[in-house]
Design a protein around this ligand. Structure first.
Ligand code: ADE
Length: 238
């Protein structure tokens, strides 16, 4: 998969060279390219923002640097429908990101993330981008960040780890929170008793059927208690 990220703070993304995503890049599974939006400005001050029409607080990102960036990054890929890139603009006004979104996006060949700052990007950019690819405005959750960078980092990590070969043991992807609609079961390691706190007996029993049943029940119990909104209607009583 190829991922292009456009930001006025490209060094935010240095962390993505670490750990599993770093290894995926070295192995050629993930081609991650981070770009400075100011590369597509042509004035002495490398200006990316301007005052809003209609007045109001703050500044708005100018459309032209975004259009030049998208033309260059998307124009290099084929125009075949299957290879049309998905262009993602992180925004608190977008659809909410979830594991299902991550799964869907992990099947794409080319993602482009456009990180807005200030009061946002000139609205016409989204319409322009839709002539080049599929446009998605995606929110990390119902709170406001200072810009799209942190949201992009989170999304790239959630999506990237679902690309086959990125996580060494694919079984660990199956058993984690949200993969089956429930929260993950609790995990323990040695010692069996730690600071007077024993590990649940069933985990030491060697009875694989009983362990699987206990873990499933823990998943339901935790989900009911912490995230009842995840349960299908009526299943709280199961
Ligand atoms: N930019 C600012 N806040 C955001 C959020 N909650 N999600 C995605 N992008 C954002």
């Amino acid at each position: 998969m190829r991922i292009d990220v456009v930001s006025i703070f490209p060094s935010y993304f240095d962390g993505l060279t670490l750990s599993l995503l770093g290894k995926a890049q070295s192995a050629g599974i993930l081609d991650l390219r981070v770009h400075d939006l100011r590369e597509w400005t042509h004035d002495r001050h490398r200006t990316v923002d301007d005052t809003p029409y209609g007045g109001g607080a703050g500044m708005v990102m100018k459309p032209e640097p975004w259009a030049l960036a998208l033309d260059e990054l998307v124009g290099t890929t084929t125009s075949e429908e299957s290879a049309r890139p998905t262009i993602i603009f992180p925004s608190p006004a977008g659809e909410v990101f979830s594991q299902a979104t991550a799964r869907e996006l992990s099947t794409r060949e080319h993602l482009v993330f456009g990180c807005g700052r200030y009061e946002g990007i000139d609205e016409r950019v989204f319409e322009y981008a839709s002539t080049l690819g599929e446009v998605r405005l995606i929110s990390l959750g119902d709170y406001v960040l200072n810009g799209g960078e942190v949201a992009t980092m989170a999304m790239v990590e959630a999506i990237g780890r679902l690309i086959p070969g990125v996580v060494g043991n694919p079984d660990s992807l199956v058993e984690e929170s949200h993969e089956d609609g429930l929260l993950e079961y609790p995990s323990y390691t040695k010692p069996a008793v730690w600071r007077e706190r024993p590990v649940p007996d069933v985990l030491l029993s060697g009875n694989h059927g009983a362990i699987a049943a206990w873990r499933r029940e823990q998943q339901w119990e935790r989900t009911r208690r912490r995230r009842p909104d995840l349960l299908p209607d009526g299943s709280e009583e199961l």
